[in-house]
Design a protein around this ligand. Sequence first.
Ligand code: HEM
Length: 188
Amino acid sequence: MCVNPAHRYTRVAIVLHWLMAALILGNIVLIWVVERLPEAHIRLAIDTHKSVGILVLGLFALRLLWRLGHRPPASPAGMGAIEQRLAQAGHVLFYVLIFAMPFSGWLHDSAWRSAAEFPMRLFGLFEWPRIGWIMAMEPFQKQQLHHLFGEVHEWLANIFYVLFALHVLAALKHQCVDHQPQFKRMWF
Ligand code: HEM
C-alpha cells in the first residue's frame, strides 16, 4: 500500500527516530550484559554506556528542535479520537523519558564518589564535564544523591520498557489488524 507523502514523517525525523532507537536499545542491552563480561572489559563497557547516553541526549536536543519546526503528519485515516489522544500522550512520554534517562544517568555519574579520579571521556576522544555543583558536595550527601539518582535512572528505564512494548504493539495493531501502512510512515 502506498503512503501519501503528507502522511509520512520527514527524512530527518525518520533518521533520528531509527538512530536513537538503535542507540537506546543498544545501550540498554550493553548495561544488561555488563555483569557477564570479563572483569577487564567492564570499565570500557560502562564508559561506552555513558558516552552513548550523552550522544542520545545531544540527538534528543536535535530531535526536539526539528519537531518544533516541523509538524508531524496527520494521524492515519480511521484512527479514533481516543486512540489519537493515547498515541499523542505516548509520544510526549517518550520525549520526557528520552531526556530524563540520560540526564539522570549523568546526575548519577556526577555524584559518584570516585568521579574526580576517573574523568569521563566521550568515546575516549575528549573529557566530558560532570555536573559541578554535585561534585562539590559533601561526600555523605553525594553518596545519598548517587543512590537516589541511580534508583531514578533504573525506574525511568523500567517505565521505558513498558512504553516501548506498548509502542510496538500499537504499531503492529495498526499495521496488521487495521491494515494501515503505519510502518511506512516512519520509513524511507
Ligand atoms: C540512552 C540513555 C540511557 C539509557 C537508556 C540508560 C539505561 C540504563 C539502565 C537500564 C541501567 C541499569 C539500571 C539498573 O538496573 O540498575 C543503567 C545503569 C547505569 N547508567 Fe545508564 N542509561 C542511559 C544513559 C546514561 C548516561 C548518560 C550515563 C552517565 C553519563 C549513565 C550512567 C549509568 C551508570 C553509571 C549505571 C550503573 C552501571 C553499573 O555500575 O552497573 N547512563 N543505565
